[in-house]
Design a protein. Structure first.
Length: 1108
């Protein structure tokens, strides 16, 4: 045994004490269990999730977890408190593990005879082997490093382990190469290795001689406790680790020894590290208050070498101060590069941010020496600057290598087959459908009523309902395939991968285009075919109606809408297209064709992604608002710039088919939703444009003469705007007769998802698709693989040349990925002025990919810089990100934000979100369509929040609406005329999905308005009903709705006011406030639900009950 011990001592390996001793096996076992538990239950699943999400990982300041939301516009102290708490919440698991493992390491080291090598480089290598597998951030590695130091390991080992843990972890390294530009990932790895294996031992040999010598003798008592004064120093001296206690230790003695020793060591580590953790959290919060990503990116210059080094030095000093959690260095660098940071500055950021922090500085200062802390900090700063300079030099060859690879893909893969157009439906001429429409026409029945008010009503008529069909299934709604009721257009899964921008077009509109009382539907068709489909409603089933739409037939359609724009009582059709202009088709006896078509004013290079209709100038004619967006060559919009054709347009209706166009916003963005509503309740309709990503949501507040101001500062009606707006809608969910509003954006629930979870989500989605399509098990398995690969295509527009297209198995997807990666490169390297050389290069390199080559045209656009995000917040009001808003109105005009209290804050990646009383119990529910095909593995489902007397409850499953298929938009209509609200979703997946309402809680009432003039359906009016004898408008037994043709996301419902009556027996009062302010009070003799048409005086009666 002595010979073995001598051999171990000579070779520098770790040796064991003599005798029967169970302590070392126990401590080794517990150490392994602690590490494995942390790795499997927390660290590696969390790192895997961050690697999968990349730049989309939720981030608030320096935190991934949000315990207290940082409310936009908060005062300095409130934001500081929230960021401090969030930092603690994000680091709680890692710091807990760090303290526990540090104490365990200290306990283990007390049992080892030989703890180090004679060679400093070997000791650093040992530190790398200890630190790299731990996978904790530099902050969480500090308690572990303290345990190693107090356990008398050499200083080289301690410092190397602390740096290796956050930088050399296998998942972080893999994440770096997957998400960062290759030269940035390479220099990050190189800098980490050099610091750990070379820098630390050299520092210890030549700079930190005294500190290193203090750890050279393994039997020397740690000097840590001698450095601290006061109560902490006294406690640490009392708790200082003891020398090895020889003797025999059986099971009971071993347990007693472990409890006593581990407790002593735990408190020893705790006293030094934990109090400083709170100081680090506060300092990190201060860092967040000083740090503005967009300001930083814009401030970084592109000068000569001296300027470059100076700026890199300042950046490294700043970033190495931040106490960043694990993987934040990679995630934040991705975000900064996506905002326009040059790769070499990204290299400085990722090395500095992940290798050191102010917390490490403080603890090392307290536990070892100020010289050690300063030396290590300067080493990290030096390594960061060197990494930046090396990345600067490597940028050109790395770029050439990637460019050549993607050009080769384009050159060799051009024979890939694109999916074929799937439209096989036969469209029937209107003349052949007409006899069926005439036969089913609903004849109005006059309702007797008394009236008062200053706006006389000429008639009130009911439109008798059809007999309800037998209920199917057990839920409120039955899921029906569109093809089963005559809607047969399809969209193959692989067409969804064709281009990122073709993943979020959902055009659907519902209205009675024939005037027969039955609601018809219009849907955009597949991107592989183009155009749209008109479906005539024949007795609750649909027949494809032929329509010669000329230039719209073969182009990609985005939005479809139905509105009466000439005041003839018939719904006209408005269609927006991709780079081919916007069109108005006049309704001619229930049909649309190119002979009765008007091309609307506007720039064809813009893409109108949203529409709104209202009489903004109160001249009696219905105007059109166009919410414009633009496709940059690689992504929606142009980042920190906007293009010349991007501003939203307001088309004032001058009659006789003439429209006057003006710009309706000050700061253009990607307008995905428009809501026309009287936000300040002054009697005029205003306009809210909701923009994706750009932080440019704006309110145009109108005067009666049609002029308007953009709301600024305190005049902004809402307390918050949204960052990634998709949908805004108006309702009155608490029945206080004051409008409330819901805003939807990207609002993902905070959940941990590893690869297995994401694949399980895809399996659920593909099981539903398989049921819809009749697939066998092999088909569902193939679906999972295909959707998983489609989700990878999103990286091609985010990561550019770092997209990894060469790893994609499918030839078509590989081609799309390479083309999109190249377009991202062109866009990021273009000038703000029209860039003809880049345009020529783009056309040349994408010449064999006609589906992408047209994107090159955007390189000829003039770009204009936007104000910074902070400036926009000051101008337009504070912005809320990553959460939806529910704004509850009050009598004094002030809104409270109640989404969290009502449980409707985080439904998922939100698109169309609207208030509708789907169960008709008298309280408006909230139906939220969610999901995104490029992020299908995240498992969003559509949400139905049932309103239970003013409180929302997630009842998606009970209502049969918890659908896993990503969904963009839906029309709310009564297609079978049984008196309830059904849903028809747009073609946002392989099929059109219908949800038939089979079990409403009570009858409904839909009120259609008719008036003379160009706004014949009274868009902008407000209807209030009271029930069961109530004859005064007041909260209790009254409900109010506005008549709108706007809001939501690319969806248009019949233009009417819908109410659920619940248990009410009759409607005793109907109040109409018409668009011009006129007021009608109607007391019907017998009205208990159904569908009614109210015709204002001096307008012709509706002979056939024509409905919107």
């Amino acid at each position: 045994m002595n010979a073995i011990g001598d051999t171990i001592a000579q070779t520098g390996e770790l040796g064991l004490r003599r005798g029967r001793d169970l302590r070392l096996p126990l401590v080794l076992l517990l150490t392994a269990l602690l590490a494995v538990y942390f790795w499997t239950q927390s660290r590696y699943p969390a790192l895997e999730e961050k690697a999968l999400m990349g730049g989309d990982a939720p981030l608030s300041g320096l935190s991934f977890d949000v315990a207290i939301e940082v409310i936009p516009g908060s005062d300095f102290l409130s934001a500081l408190w929230a960021n401090t708490v969030n930092w603690l919440a994000t680091n709680r698991k890692g710091m807990t593990f760090g303290v526990l493992f540090g104490a365990m390491a200290l306990t283990l080291l007390s049992l080892l005879q030989k703890r180090s090598f004679r060679n400093g480089f070997a000791n650093s290598a040992l530190g790398a082997l200890i630190g790299a597998p731990l996978g904790v951030c530099v902050n969480c590695a500090v308690p572990i490093a303290l345990g190693l130091h107090a356990g008398r390991l050499r200083l080289e080992t301690t410092l190397s382990a602390m740096i290796a843990s956050p930088t050399l972890n296998v998942i972080v390294v893999t994440m770096s190469f997957a998400l960062l530009p290759v030269q940035v990932a390479a220099v990050k790895l190189l800098a980490s290795l050099v610091m750990v294996l070379v820098g630390v031992p050299l520092l210890c040999r030549y700079v930190l001689k005294t500190e290193t010598e203090a750890t050279r003798n393994a039997s020397a008592v740690s000097a840590v406790s001698q450095k601290l004064g006061g109560l902490s120093g006294w406690l640490m001296r009392k708790l200082s680790p003891r020398e090895f206690e020889a003797g025999e230790y059986g099971p009971l003695a071993t347990i007693k020894w472990f409890v006593r020793t581990y407790a002593r060591n735990f408190f020893f580590i705790f006293i030094v590290t934990v109090p400083m953790m709170f100081a680090a959290a506060l300092l990190g919060a201060l860092f967040v208050e000083l740090f503005s990503p967009t300001t930083l990116v814009r401030a970084l210059p592109n000068g000569g070498l001296i300027t470059l080094v100076a700026v890199m030095l300042g950046l490294a000093l700043f970033m190495s101060f931040a106490p960043a959690p694990i993987a934040l260095d990679v995630i934040l660098t991705i975000v900064l590069i996506s905002l326009g940071m040059r790769d070499h500055y990204g290299a400085v950021t990722v090395v500095a941010l992940g290798s050191f922090s102010v917390y490490a500085f403080i603890v090392i200062w307290r536990a070892i020496s100020l010289r050690t802390a300063v030396s290590l900090w300067l080493m990290v700063v030096c390594a960061s600057v060197c990494a930046g300079l090396l990345a600067y030099k490597l940028a050109a060859p790395a770029e050439r290598y990637k460019l050549e690879g993607y050009r080769a893909i384009l050159a060799t893969e051009t024979g890939a087959t694109w999916p074929a157009a799937p439209d096989t439906e036969v469209a029937v001429p209107l003349a052949d459908i007409r006899p069926m429409l005439d036969a089913q026409a609903v004849s109005p029945v006059t309702i007797a009523f008394e009236q008062s008010g200053d706006a006389p009503v000429a008639a009130m008529a009911s439109l008798p309902l059809a007999a309800p069909a037998p209920a199917g299934g057990e839920t409120v709604f039955s899921r029906v395939m569109g093809r089963d009721i005559g809607i047969g257009i399809t969209e193959p899964i692989n067409s969804l991968a064709r281009s990122f921008f073709h993943l979020f077009e959902g055009g659907v509109a519902a209205g009675d285009i024939h005037g027969d009382g039955w609601t018809d539907v219009i849907l955009r068709k597949s991107f592989l075919d183009g155009g749209l489909a008109v479906y005539a409603n024949v007795g609750g089933r649909f027949v494809r109606q032929a329509a010669d739409l000329g230039p719209v037939e073969s182009v990609n359609v985005h939005v479809v809408a139905l509105a009466d724009l000439d005041g003839d009582g018939a719904l006209d059709l408005v269609v927006t297209t991709e780079r081919s202009g916007n069109y108005l088709f006049w309704n001619r006896d229930g049909g649309f064709d190119a002979r009765s078509m008007l091309k609307l004013p506007g720039d064809d290079r813009a893409i109108t992604q949203s529409l709104a209709f209202a009489d903004f100038d109160r001249d009696g004619r219905l105007d059109i608002a166009l919410g414009n967006a633009a496709i940059g060559i690689s992504a929606p919009g142009f980042g920190n710039n906007y293009a010349e054709m991007q501003p939203n347009t307001l088309l004032f209706n001058r009659g006789m088919g003439a429209f006057e166009a003006i710009t309706s916003e000050a700061y253009p963005g990607q307008s995905l939703t428009l809501l026309a509503s009287d936000f300040d309740r002054n009697g005029t309709i205003d306009l809210l444009s909701g923009d994706d990503v750009a932080n440019t949501d704006e309110f145009a507040m109108f005067r009666p003469d049609g002029t308007f101001d953009i709301a600024r500062g305190e005049s902004t009606p809402f307390p918050f705007r949204l960052l990634t707006s998709m949908s805004y809608d108006e309702g009155d969910y608490n029945n206080d007769l004051i409008p409330d509003y819901y805003g939807g954006q990207i609002a993902m629930p905070r959940r941990t998802q590893g690869t297995a979870d994401r694949i399980a989500n895809l399996e659920v989605l593909c099981a539903q698709l398989g049921e819809d399509q009749g697939w066998d098990a092999a088909g569902r398995t193939s679906c999972v693989a295909e959707l998983n690969e489609i989700s990878q295509l999103k990286g091609a527009y985010q990561s550019g040349l770092q997209s990894g297209c060469e790893r994609m198995r499918d030839r078509t997807y590989r081609l799309q990925c390479a083309a999109r990666a190249l377009t991202q490169y062109y866009n990021s390297n273009r000038t703000d002025a029209p860039d003809r050389p880049m345009y020529d290069r783009c056309r040349r390199e994408l010449a064999r990919t006609p589906r992408f080559v047209d994107l090159c045209d955007t390189l000829l656009l003039q770009l204009t810089p936007k104000p910074r995000f902070t400036e926009l917040d000051d101008l337009l009001g504070p912005t809320l990100s990553a959460a939806n808003i529910l704004l509850t109105g009050s009598a004094d005009g002030v809104f409270s934000e109640d989404s969290d209290a009502q449980g409707v804050r985080l439904p998922g990646w939100t698109w169309d979100a609207r208030f509708t009383d789907l169960d008709q119990d008298g309280w408006q529910d909230l139906y939220v369509l969610t999901g995104y095909w490029a992020r299908a593995p995240e498992g969003d489902i559509n949400r139905l929040y049932q309103n239970r007397r003013g409180s929302f409850v997630d009842a998606s499953e009970a209502f049969g609406l918890a659908d896993p298929l990503p969904s963009l938009s839906a029309s709310r209509l009564d297609f079978d005329r049984d008196g309830d609200i059904d849903l028809i979703r747009s073609l946002s997946g392989p099929n059109v999905i219908v949800h038939r309402n089979d079990r409403p809680a009570g009858p409904g009432l839909r009120v259609h308005l008719r008036q003379p003039g160009g706004n014949g359906m009274a868009v902008g009016a407000r209807v209030t009903i009271c029930t069961d004898g109530e004859t005064q408008v007041r909260p209790g037994r009254c409900q109010t709705r506005s008549v709108r043709a706007s809001g939501g996301y690319q969806s248009f419902d019949p233009i009417a006011a819908h109410f659920g009556l619940g248990e009410a027996r009759s409607v005793s009062l109907v109040e109409v406030v018409w668009p011009d302010g006129g007021r009608s009070l109607l007391r019907p003799a017998d009205l208990s639900g159904g569908e009614v048409v109210i015709t204002r005086g001096n307008s012709p009666a509706t002979s056939r009950g024509g409905m919107s």
